[in-house]
Write a protein that binds this ligand. Structure first.
Ligand code: MLT
Length: 408
């Protein structure tokens, strides 16, 4: 009889956002007259910018002519895009990253989930708590996380680094246990808070000292407005030899439905004489046939002068929503965090309510959907996440509804 990968049986029944989606659709079916406003999953609502649409149309036309048609693309990404990324996202910021250190993919989620495959089964994983669930779940699937303690909500072999209001959401490098893989997300999902240059340097120095790799998720980089928050980990000296960076076109250019991202692995990142870059190139070449030409051409428009100006406006639109949420909730007596350099607002649930109780209360009373903090890890209990990716009108309405509720 065949056997399944039993690690999958250890996972929670469904992925956090699928579980929320199911709950909301049950509620909506039972209450068809209610207008539910979804500020749960961080999915964009604004249409693709005109410069991107134009680039896509051109690429579609190319695909329709024999002389410009393209079949399989290069598995690591087209040179034109890799060069543009290396220059505009890195070299122009003073980071020493070459185009052949960029791996274009179908999105940061898959890369963050898949990257663990190239590391030893025995690797110790450290995550911030709360954390984007993909980092932990993908290591559970790989059998690296030990047993789940239902009561504490933790995996026995994972090193959790609490990030709460008490430590200003800044994780501390573990002292007693020594991680091999450290996941950091900056600006942070879910808390919407950031590490500044000095705080990130602590991590780069630590990783180099203990021989760990930092898996750095920079998906929300476009939302940074403070000058002391780094746009890339490679702004920190020494990061080339200890860090892998993931980036996405989902949140800066609205590609959540289009799909495109990239991973940066500097050639200096080595385990003894083995190049991590080489391993990922081998994996990518074996398991991935390259992102679509049309989408990679669309991404080129993200870096054009026109595209940049249009996307700046789009980011400003979402950050205005963030301000509406922050200011509105603060004036309603809530304690709020994040939402300044990130499109997520992290709020303390009122009167000690649990995250899921607050979720149900908000859904039933205000018909507003958010994400319960405990879904991101035990230190997320008592917190709640709202996204700024809704439309302006829905955001204003949702906050008015929340403010209008009598606090539980
Ligand atoms: C989130 O809501 O945390 C994100 O949208 C999920 C994702 O990017 O995969």
């Amino acid at each position: 009889m065949f056997q399944v990968n039993e690690n999958y049986l250890k996972l929670p029944g469904s992925y956090l956002f699928s579980a929320i989606g199911k709950k909301v659709s049950v509620y909506s079916q039972a209450n068809p007259d209610k207008k539910v406003i979804r500020l749960g999953i961080g999915d964009v609502t604004q249409p693709l910018a005109p410069a991107i649409i134009e680039a896509m149309h051109q690429a579609v036309d190319e695909m329709g002519k024999a002389e410009t048609f393209r079949g399989y693309g290069p598995d690591l990404g087209y040179g034109f895009l890799r060069e543009e990324i290396a220059k505009k996202d890195y070299q122009d910021r003073g980071c020493q990253i070459d185009s052949d250190e960029i791996f274009v993919s179908d999105g940061a989620k898959s890369d963050c989930g898949n990257i663990q495959e190239i590391f030893s089964q025995d690797s110790r994983v450290a995550v911030c708590d709360p954390v984007y669930p993909v980092y932990v779940d993908s290591n559970v699937m790989a059998g690296r996380t030990g047993d789940y303690d239902e009561k504490a909500g933790v995996w026995s072999k994972v090193i959790y680094m609490p990030c709460t209001a008490e430590n200003h959401f800044v994780p501390k490098p573990p002292k007693e246990e020594r991680p091999d893989l450290i996941y950091l997300c900056n600006p942070n999902n879910p808390t919407g808070t950031t590490l500044n240059r000095d705080q990130l340097k602590v991590w780069v120095d630590y990783a180099r000292q203990v021989g760990a790799v930092i898996l750095y998720d920079g998906a929300y980089e476009a939302y940074i407005s403070d000058s002391d928050v780094p746009h890339s980990i490679y702004e920190i000296p020494g990061a080339r030899s200890c860090a892998i960076e993931f980036r996405s076109f989902s949140k800066n250019a609205g590609f959540t439905g289009v799909r495109l991202g990239f991973t940066v692995i500097p050639k200096d990142l080595k385990c003894g004489r083995v190049s991590v870059h080489g391993l990922w190139a081998r994996r990518h070449g074996t398991k991935f046939n390259g992102a679509p030409y049309i989408v990679q051409k669309a991404a080129m428009a993200v870096y054009s002068e026109q595209g940049r100006a249009q996307l700046k406006e789009q980011v400003a639109y979402y950050m205005n929503n963030a301000k509406v949420i922050r200011d509105g909730l603060e004036s309603g007596g809530y304690q709020v965090y994040g939402g300044v350099n990130a499109p997520y607002i992290w709020l303390k649930t009122p009167d000690g309510m649990s995250s899921w109780d607050f979720f149900d209360w908000l859904l039933e009373r205000a018909n507003v959907v958010g994400t319960p903090g405990s879904g991101f890890g035990p230190s997320g209990e008592g917190y709640f996440r709202l996204t700024a990716f809704g439309t302006y009108e829905n955001t204003v309405e949702a906050i008015e509804r929340i403010k209008g509720l009598r606090r539980p």
